[in-house]
Design a protein around this ligand. Sequence first.
Ligand code: ATP
Length: 358
Amino acid sequence: MSTQIRLRNCAKTFADGTRALAPFDLTIEGGETIVLLGPSGCGKTTILRMIAGLEFSDAGGVISFDGDDVTRQSIEKRRVGMVFQSYALFPNMTVAENVAYGLKVHGVPGKERDARVDAMLEMMHIDMLADRAIDQLSGGQRQRVALARAIAVQPRVLLLDEPLTALDAKLRVRLRTEINALLRKLGITAVYVTHDQEEAMALGDRIVVMQKGEIAQIGTPREIYRKPQNPFVADFVGAANRMTGQMRDGRLHIGTHVFDAVDAFDPRHGAIIDQGPVELYFRADGLSPCDLDEAHFTGRVEAVSYLGERLRLTVSGIGPQAITMDTHADDVIEAGADVHCRVNADRLTVFPAVAAQS
Ligand code: ATP
């Protein structure tokens, strides 16, 4: 029942010559939540607006909803719901009137309209605010109204453009959880734009990581986090640690140490990296503190942060830059101390050194 969205060979160069999107293909399955993630200006909003029908692809691009070609259809015909960072509510209408607006436009009769507005307000936990004016609402309440208004008309697709960016951190997390539950409950196909990787991880069934108008990687949050396909994704999604090494006959050399079990497949070239200088990317679990006799390296603890279940150490003297590594919360380690650590080779992602610099 939920709508599958397919974009084929879509691209966008604006009239002033700005190339916002290089040609790309993307399929969003029915009921799936896709997050478009990337730094400012990478083209996220342009993709969203293309799906909405607010922007059209360059010649040759095709967009279909469940196989129906909607490429030239207007936003009204496509039946998409949109929620923006700026709430775009009607300030001179009450909460209930705002939510009823789209239903009115679609010709839903009075009684049914009232019932649907009530149901929406209840679902978004704002039923007690029905008669309030928009300017008497908090940012979080306004965003709930915007969501209620967008889903009241039962759109085929829900498009959300940084809907939580204007809210404070705590409210952002709470609403994020609610939006997640709402999308599951409705089973609606959703496309969500953000530059916040934590939000992307929390909400996306799959994440599309974008860089300068190109898709850098598409994958589940786990794939994106654990198996970044290029240095950009490794860096952008969860700060990555870096070290340098050498591949020789398929084995990884870091200093005088040699490792066998490394993931040295370069997806960009579709080949195993067998020889040559490499850059190693890894998360806070790529190195672990250990006793001297099993250590590969010894570094100096620059800082210790308490993260609840674990301690995160910032350690210098191992890679070109300081490295973060986690240890048990009850370990007693202080800044200024030496720390011995070993490499967890299965946690390293290896890129050719040249690609790592691009
Ligand atoms: P942000 O997170 O800042 O909203 P974004 O990833 O959503 O960024 P887009 O808004 O899609 O990026 O913009 C992509 C590129 O296209 C940017 O370089 C932007 O300046 C450019 N751009 C967007 N709209 C237009 C326009 N109407 N005319 C010319 N260039 C545009």
